[in-house]
Design a protein around this ligand. Structure first.
Ligand code: RP5
Length: 276
C-alpha cells in the first residue's frame, strides 16, 4: 500500500481522533476499527465526557452554551446532513472517537477552519516543497491554518492566518501559477469528540521556485517555526491531523491539470508514493 492509500485508509477510520488527544483530555475509550461507525452496535461503549473549563466560561464568546437546547446556530457540515443522538447531541460524521462532550472545541457539531497550502517545485531535485509551520501546541509539522472567525469568509480567514502565522500578506499570494480549493471536509484532528469536530477548506497555491523563494515567511501566533519542507514518504506520514493527506491530494490534483510547468521527473517521484 502506498503512502496515499495508507493515509486515506487512516483518515476514513479517523485514527488520529480515536488514538491521539489534546493534552488536557482524559483517556479516550478504545474504539476498535470495526466499531467506529455509529450504525455498528457497541453496547459496552461508555466514553468519558469532557468539556474544557474555557468553553464552559460564559465569557468565552466563541463557544456555544453548554446546554444544547440553547444553541441557536444551525448544524452545518461538509459531510452531509448532521445526525443527532437521542439526547439531541450532534454525532461525529466519521463515527465514535472515544470521548463525549466538546473537549476544547467551542461549537457543538462542526468547528470550521481553513488551511493555506503553498507549494513549489525545486528545479534541480524535482521535489515538491511545502511551506509548513510547527504548531506551538503539539510540536507537529502542519499546513498553516486556523479557525474561521464569525462573519469571515474562508478566504479572508486563509489570508488572516497566513498573515498571523507566517507574516505573509495577500499581495505575497498574488499571481500563483496555479490555485485551487483542494478539499472541504472533516479533519481527523486530535481534539475531535463524538459531538464536536473540525472541518476545513484547504486552499492551495503553487508558485514558481523563483517566486516562492522571494517570500520571506516568519513564524508567529500559533506557529513556533516555519520552513519549506520536502514532500517525501517520510515527511508526508508525519504531518499534524490529516494534513499529509491534504498535501498529497493537492499534488495529485495539480498533476491532473494540463499545465505547461509539469515536471516529468517530479511526476515519477511522486508516483512512487502517491500512485498518481
Ligand atoms: C486543523 O486545525 C485544521 O486543519 C487547521 O489546520 C487547524 C485549525 O485549528 P487551530 O490551528 O486554530 O488550532 O483541524
Amino acid at each position: 500500500m502506498n503512502c496515499f492509500d495508507t493515509l486515506q485508509r487512516d483518515y476514513k477510520l479517523h485514527r488520529n481522533a480515536r488514538t491521539t488527544k489534546h493534552t488536557s483530555y482524559p483517556g479516550r475509550f478504545i474504539v476498535p476499527d470495526d466499531k467506529v461507525k455509529w450504525e455498528i452496535p457497541f453496547l459496552e461503549y461508555n466514553p468519558e465526557e469532557f468539556n474544557a473549563p474555557v468553553i464552559l466560561d460564559p465569557q468565552t464568546s466563541w463557544a456555544d452554551p453548554q446546554d444544547i437546547k440553547q444553541v441557536t446556530h444551525t448544524f452545518e457540515s461538509f459531510e452531509g446532513k448532521v445526525a443527532f443522538n437521542s439526547h439531541g447531541f450532534p454525532l461525529n460524521p466519521f463515527g465514535r472517537t472515544g470521548m463525549a462532550g466538546r473537549g476544547v472545541l467551542g461549537k457543538w457539531g462542526a468547528n470550521f477552519a481553513v488551511d493555506g497550502l503553498i507549494t513549489t517545485l525545486h528545479p534541480e531535485t524535482h521535489c515538491f516543497l511545502v511551506l509548513t509551520i510547527v504548531r506551538k501546541d503539539t510540536g507537529e509539522t502542519a499546513i498553516p491554518g486556523g479557525m474561521i472567525d464569525t462573519g469571515e469568509t474562508s478566504l479572508q480567514a486563509r489570508n488572516r492566518e497566513l498573515e498571523e502565522e507566517l507574516s505573509l500578506s495577500s499581495s505575497d499570494l498574488k499571481d500563483p501559477i496555479y490555485e485551487k480549493i483542494v478539499t472541504k471536509g472533516y479533519v481527523d484532528d486530535p481534539r475531535n469528540t463524538d459531538h464536536a469536530w473540525m472541518e476545513t477548506t484547504v486552499y492551495h497555491v503553487h508558485f514558481t521556485y523563483e517566486r516562492a523563494m522571494l517570500l520571506s515567511p516568519s513564524a508567529g501566533d500559533d506557529a513556533q517555526e516555519c520552513r519549506w519542507k520536502e514532500v517525501n514518504s517520510e515527511t508526508i506520514m508525519n504531518f499534524y491531523a490529516n494534513h499529509g493527506l491534504s498535501v498529497l491530494l493537492a499534488i495529485k490534483t495539480l498533476f491532473n491539470q494540463p499545465l505547461p510547468f509539469m515536471d516529468k521527473q517530479a511526476h515519477s517521484f511522486i508516483n512512487k508514493f502517491a500512485g498518481i
